[in-house]
Design a protein around this ligand. Structure first.
Ligand SMILES: [Ca+2]
Length: 287
């Protein structure tokens, strides 16, 4: 009797261990993964997967001002690191095919559902597109748990109805309300769903919690402009991005770019993480 009870537990444990191992190693293009502050080392991305992304991906990216940090960073990166990081709408001249501002609006504008219907219309007219990414503006800050469930459900329905398209989830940008604020709780809701359901997540807010050296500011109420409270008195008296830029060499360690609402180095990291995402979508295991 005792053995009969133990065997199913052992089998369950073996399956769980197997899943964990698979997740850690990554299984290429079909498995879920999370892009976050650990995904900002541009030099770690194999050039073969940079090329594979340009060969294979047809990306529609839709956003308003905050989401533009990825693509303004990606534009600045071409000047900083050269034409191997070129992108344009259509993928001409061997560039990455990325349709920026592909669909009007963002995940909360004009409301919390229009983006999904617009995505269906867009995909019907652009059947070559195989990656869809939507960004928030500030609407995670004011979202209820039900609002985020609406977002997740609409994404799930799109994935079901367009099995040939990879849909990239996103968290909402930091708003300075810290680890007890609504934004953090709603971002955690998105993260848990993505982890539990093997989704592809570009964790916009997590990238903003760390400087390029990996120093953590998330517990110091940072905002989207990289301002934070250095001493816990409630006033945001520091800016980790400006401090990092001032102690490093522009044009060598970081590049200038027009980064909406924030400092250039934040958009630098958003661009590196975007290329990390494109490489992962092209089969790189992230190791
Ligand atoms: Ca302070």
């Amino acid at each position: 009797m005792r053995l009969i009870k133990v065997i199913p537990i052992l089998i369950t444990f073996a399956i769980m261990a197997g899943c964990t191992k698979e997740d850690e190693q990554g299984t290429g293009a079909e498995s879920g993964f999370i892009i976050d502050h650990t995904s900002v080392k541009l030099s770690a991305i194999p050039s073969t997967y940079i090329e594979a992304a340009k060969e294979n991906l047809h990306i529609a990216y839709s956003h308003t001002s905050h989401g533009s940090q990825l693509t303004t960073g990606m534009s600045g990166l071409i000047s900083f690191k050269g034409p191997s990081f070129s992108w344009n709408n259509g993928g001409n001249d061997g560039a990455l095919d990325l349709h920026d501002y592909a669909i009007e609006g963002d995940l909360g504008n004009p409301d919390r559902t229009a983006w999904a219907a617009r995505t269906r219309t867009y995909l019907a007219a652009n059947p070559d597109v195989n990656v869809v990414m939507w960004s928030w503006c500030g609407q995670v800050s004011t979202a209820t748990e039900a609002d985020i469930s609406t977002y997740l459900n609409l994404m799930e329905e799109l994935e079901r109805d367009f099995p040939g398209v990879r849909f990239v989830y996103m968290t909402g940008h930091l708003d300075g309300t810290g680890l007890t604020g609504n934004l953090h709780r709603r971002n955690e809701q998105i993260r848990k769903y993505c982890r539990d359901n093997n989704k592809i997540l570009y964790d916009f807010a997590d990238i903003e919690c760390y400087n390029p050296d990996g120093t953590y500011f998330g517990d110091k109420s940072p905002d989207d402009g990289c301002n934070y409270d250095t001493n816990g008195d409630g006033s945001k008296d520091g800016n980790w991005a400006i401090a990092w830029q001032n102690s490093h060499t522009k044009g060598a360690d970081w590049f200038d770019c027009t980064a909406a609402h924030t400092q250039p180095v934040n958009a630098n990291m958003k661009a590196y993480a975007a290329w990390w995402l494109w490489a992962r979508l092209s089969g790189w295991n992230g190791k």
